[in-house]
Ligand binder design. Structure first.
Ligand SMILES: [Mg+2]
Length: 260
């Protein structure tokens, strides 16, 4: 039996582990089903900043994985929970799309224009325009608390690289010299601590699984969990040699846990 199967809980990345966008990764899906069958607690963590948990849940279910909204932590949801814990009912200006707005409202926060905001929440927006960027700039210049959903520079889409949240974070930095006060998504601890709370487990009882060293493995190390890199996504075997952070284990896929 693989030593990681002694652990009680698994924090799983979605893209590159169980699916590629809307397409399932069969070995990854079979791996999740086997973990559930073995009685492991499982939570999915995604840096996606445009989709709500509801949308991610539909995707996971379409892969044939039984899950509920409670089993998913998206950067959108974790950002909303983080702000709600820090300042209940806070007034927020966001650059984000509907998925992020939905989570902010669900957490009891108020969406307001930039002049009235206590928080600037930066998340990706595929319809970003000059007017929205102007508002984000002015909100940032007001010196309000600045929270970014994730630090992703580039998002790998089906037809090639597209701008990640870094498009807005980078532009604001160039214009104002400000960086986010808090970044929620991986490799930040903020989203990982939310995942641990959800599992109700301590880090030493948990495995963090992902397909990117600088994102998932670093995030897992930051909370002191065991880390497993799977090669069904971004990272290739040859990337391991030059990586400054080494995962505890590397396997071809999540399902390989049960065959090694
Ligand atoms: Mg991934």
């Amino acid at each position: 039996m693989h030593p990681l199967l002694k652990k009680k809980g698994f924090i799983l990345d979605i893209d590159g582990v169980v699916g590629r966008s809307v397409e399932p990764i069969e070995e990854g899906v079979r791996g999740v089903l086997k973990l559930i069958e073995a009685g492991k607690r499982v939570v999915f963590v995604s840096n996606n900043s445009t989709r709500s948990r509801r949308i991610l849940l539909e995707r996971i279910k379409s892969f044939g994985i039984p899950a509920s909204e409670r089993d998913i932590i998206s950067a959108t949801h974790a950002t909303a929970s983080f702000i709600a814990r820090e300042k209940n009912g806070a007034r927020v200006f966001t650059t984000g799309e509907e998925g992020l707005k939905e989570e902010l409202l669900n957490a009891g926060l108020k969406l307001v224009d930039y002049e009235e905001a206590d928080y600037l929440v930066v998340g990706s927006n595929r319809n970003l325009d000059y007017e929205l960027m102007t508002k984000a700039l002015r909100c940032c210049l007001r010196g309000v608390r600045y929270v970014a959903t994730n630090p992703d520079k580039i998002f790998p889409s089906e037809n090639g690289p597209t701008p990640g949240t870094g498009l807005i974070i980078g532009a604001l930095y160039w214009m104002t010299g400000r960086k986010p006060d808090v970044i929620v998504g991986k490799p930040s601890k903020v989203i990982m601590l939310e995942a641990l709370r959800r599992l109700g487990l301590r880090a030493e009882d948990v495995v963090v699984v992902g397909d990117q060293i600088e994102v998932d493995v670093v995030a897992g190390k930051r909370i002191g969990a065991s880390t497993l890199l799977v090669l069904t996504g971004v990272a290739k075997k040859e990337d391991l040699e030059k990586a400054s952070t080494k995962p505890d284990y590397v396997l071809p896929s999540l399902e390989s846990l049960f065959y090694s």
